[in-house]
Design a protein around this ligand. Structure first.
Ligand SMILES: Nc1ncnc2c1ncn2[C@@H]1O[C@H](COP(=O)(O)OP(=O)(O)O)[C@@H](O)[C@H]1O
Ligand SMILES: [Mg+2]
Length: 344
């Protein structure tokens, strides 16, 4: 906190303050709309040059958070700050230049009718940067940077492999010399062998270009070696946030522990939660009361059934679990998932 007061504007390059995003869901004009809380009360900070990994199962709100960090989606509550300034008050083109996305699916995110040269130079064309010759030189430079041979300059996406397409998406993101890349599952659609190549490329680019990454994945194994800090989401909430070493070596939240256990299964690409957690991911339209993780948690007590745990600050991060914030009450409260506890 003291650091923050010393340099209030530049300590964090990106910051979420109590950010929530609710979608109103309803089938037709006569059915009542219901709120789906995709992201709830998330507070986290991204420091310049670091890799913030955001992990959690499919549907927990990662993409919604990414879109808000990119300035593409407005929070329904709370603020997203870029260098201490609300992102909504920064010029849209400026945000688009500084913070670039790399999405999961390089098939749907690339225009099939454009050549690589056209795709990569599009941001430069839109922002009217340089002469046509300078743009062409820049495109060739970036292609080399991302490991795409020059002979592919006039190829179309359909002529490329999945890995090459993701390189094109990365090249396009880099065209404007951004500061931050928000990578949303950038390797999830690729074969395992290709995944490693793209991860290596992203790491090299970060070192070479001094980039900051927000790196989203449902698979902890993917982010383990590259992350500086880790944010673990569950049903829209940030349940654990901390330094990568801390989170990987001494996870505090039972959900993080379970995710890490599942990484150790023989097929890491299916980093599904351990069966010891029992039932699957709950319905976000009808979330469990209290701590949303309680039906799957081997440590849950009656307290967890009715009381929402509050984030507890710990070692520069946070954890949102009664085991940590209310240890005495937890010790006294009857356990509710005994079978899971013995299976775990
Ligand atoms: N535009 C939208 N309209 C309605 N619901 C949405 C929309 N975008 C996401 N959701 C819902 O919000 C929740 C979180 O989605 P998402 O952020 O895509 O999660 P993740 O990326 O972790 O899989 C899901 O239940 C999803 O169905
Ligand atoms: Mg997603």
């Amino acid at each position: 906190m003291t650091e923050q007061t010393q340099t209030p504007t530049s300590q964090y390059v990106l910051e979420c303050r109590d950010v929530s995003r609710t979608f109103m869901i309803g089938r037709g004009p006569f059915t009542e709309k219901r709120p789906l809380r995709a992201v709830q009360d998330i507070s986290l900070q991204v420091r310049r040059g670091e890799v913030l990994a955001v992990v959690g199962e499919s549907g927990c709100g990662k993409t919604t958070l990414a879109k808000m960090l990119l300035g593409l989606l407005e929070p329904t509550a709370g603020d997203i700050l870029y260098e201490g300034v609300p992102i909504s008050s920064v010029d849209r083109r400026d945000v688009a230049r500084r913070i670039q996305p790399v999405f999961q699916d390089p098939y749907s995110s690339l225009n099939p009718r454009k050549t690589l040269a056209q795709i990569i130079s599009l941001p430069l064309d839109v922002h009217k940067i340089g002469t046509p010759a300078e743009r062409k030189a820049r495109v060739e430079e970036i292609m080399e940077l991302v490991g795409l041979p020059r002979r592919l300059l006039y190829s179309y996406p359909s002529q490329l492999s999945g890995g090459q397409r993701q390189r094109v998406a990365i090249a396009r993101a880099l065209a404007m010399k951004p500061e931050i890349l928000v990578c949303d599952e950038p390797t999830s659609a690729l074969d395992v062998s290709v995944q490693a190549q793209i991860l290596n490329l992203l790491q090299e680019l970060r070192d070479e270009l001094n980039l900051t990454y927000v790196f989203i994945s449902h698979n902890l194994a993917v982010v383990e070696h590259m992350s500086t800090r880790v944010a673990v989401m569950y049903l829209g909430r940030l349940i654990e946030f901390g330094m990568a070493d801390q989170v990987f070596d001494h996870p505090r939240h039972p959900y993080t522990q379970a995710l890490l256990d599942s990484v150790l299964t023989p097929e890491p690409q299916y980093s599904l939660p351990n069966i010891a957690m029992g039932r699957g991911f709950p319905n976000p339209l009808n979330p469990p009361s209290g701590c949303a993780f309680h039906p799957r948690c081997p440590h849950a007590t009656e307290l967890c059934q009715w009381a929402q745990p509050q984030p507890l600050a710990a070692d520069g991060g946070t954890v949102e679990c009664h085991l940590h914030s209310d240890p005495d009450a937890m010790a006294k409260s009857p356990r509710i998932n005994e079978q899971k506890a013995s299976a775990a």
